[in-house]
Design a protein around this ligand. Structure first.
Ligand code: SF4
Length: 382
């Protein structure tokens, strides 16, 4: 037993909306894997010079999407006076565009990796705690970058220059690491674009001591299993207690499908990982996370190269505001009153769980991982 404060994850006292709410019309977590099927694909003028744009247009048209060739390079047609209609339209649209010079510049991304780079920004899923809320401006459309060769060209000069794996003896074997899932879920876009298998193959060709990392809540990994990765990619699955995944992660693959995909990729020789996030102290959280680790262990082959990253739920005033517009009937706890405020060096606020609860959750989850997944290397807790 613990005397740490318990925080209920639901807003039981929150006013419920009438039945016809945005949230009720959103896809729940699917019972089986289904590909992202955009209703509309917007192709900017510059993107149409790249083969990826043609590939996406052909595959999306075969799925029944409307293909729109924009006159210029600005993404238009998403704004709507009604924020909910705008959300729906943006989430069902895929824009194929070209990353500008500044968008192609890799940025430091502690504590996950040395650098982040983007294959896309935005995500077609509907997680009610989405990390992107408040960090990407405008309607939540997914923008896929067609100029992948130019994006990858920027990476080799950064070899040995990062401040995470490049300088940490415990992680030095990973080489210079590049994180591809900061602003998107790249596996969601793979069936339409091959953007991820092309990137994995590029890292596999050894452009120096570089390695790729990304995390996903999707599970269609067939093309990745067939990609020559040469051990240069670690694929992590973003997982959670079953109840959290089911309630709050609309439009993603079921938890069991993600864990099965992790097992298949480990058997295909990939390094794999669990991104356990966002950790929440739901009723019975101790048992719920224990079951998760047992399920993960059951899927993995002996000797799998596995890491674990543990991230607790947090929100900022800005992300809370955006999420409550996107998911007005959410049951997700985002109550500043029961949280501890943490300030960054620029004065920005984020709300985290109180220290005693954090400590209890950390000890319990780390012990559960050590028990069920003794070969896992824990990278960080935050
Ligand atoms: S999968 Fe990740 S990026 Fe996509 S909606 Fe969920 S939290 Fe946001």
């Amino acid at each position: 037993m613990t005397d740490a404060p318990h925080i209920a994850p639901t807003r039981a006292d929150a006013p419920r909306e009438a039945p016809e709410t945005l949230e009720r019309r959103l896809p729940r977590q699917q019972t089986e894997e289904r590909p992202f099927r955009p209703r509309r694909v917007l192709l900017t003028r510059a993107a149409r010079d790249w083969p990826m744009a043609t590939r996406v247009a052909e595959r999306a048209a075969a799925m029944g999407a409307e293909i729109v060739e924009l006159k210029g390079d600005r993404i238009t047609g998403l704004k709507d006076g009604d924020p909910r209609a705008e959300y729906r339209r943006a989430k069902s649209t895929l824009a194929v565009t070209v990353a500008s010079d500044s968008k192609m510049r890799p940025e430091p991304i502690p504590p996950s990796a040395d650098w982040r780079f983007d294959l896309a920004t935005g995500c077609p899923a509907h997680c009610q705690y989405c990390y992107l809320a408040g960090s990407l401006k405008g309607p939540p459309v997914t923008r896929l970058f067609a100029n992948l060769p130019e994006i990858l060209d920027r990476l080799p000069p950064l070899e040995g220059q990062g401040r995470i794996t490049s300088t940490d003896a415990a992680r030095a074997a990973e080489g210079t690491t590049f994180e591809a899932s900061c602003y998107t879920d790249p596996l969601a876009l793979e069936p339409l674009s091959d953007c991820l298998s092309d990137t994995i193959a590029w890292f596999g060709q050894k452009h120096g001591d570089l390695s790729l990392r990304f995390t996903t809540k999707f599970a269609d990994t067939e093309s990745l299993e067939a990609t020559p990765h040469n051990g240069r990619t670690r694929i992590r699955f973003s997982v959670n207690a079953e109840e959290i995944a089911r309630r709050f992660e609309g439009g993603t693959a079921p938890l069991s499908a993600r864990l099965a995909a992790m097992g298949r990729l480990a058997r295909a020789g990939y390094k794999v990982g669990l991104t356990i996030a966002p950790i929440m102290p739901i009723d019975g959280w101790q048992d719920a996370y224990d079951r998760l680790f047992a399920q993960a262990a059951a899927e993995l082959p002996a000797g799998a190269d596995l890491t674990a990253e543990l991230i607790t739920h947090r929100f900022t005033p800005g992300s809370r505001e955006v999420l409550l517009v996107w998911y007005p009937a959410t049951g997700l706890e985002m109550d500043p009153e029961v949280r501890t405020v943490k300030r960054n060096k620029f004065g920005g606020r984020k709300y985290v769980y109180p220290a005693p609860l954090m400590k209890d959750m950390r000890q319990t989850l780390e012990a559960g991982i050590a028990r069920h997944l003794p070969g896992a290397r824990m990278l960080y807790w935050t």
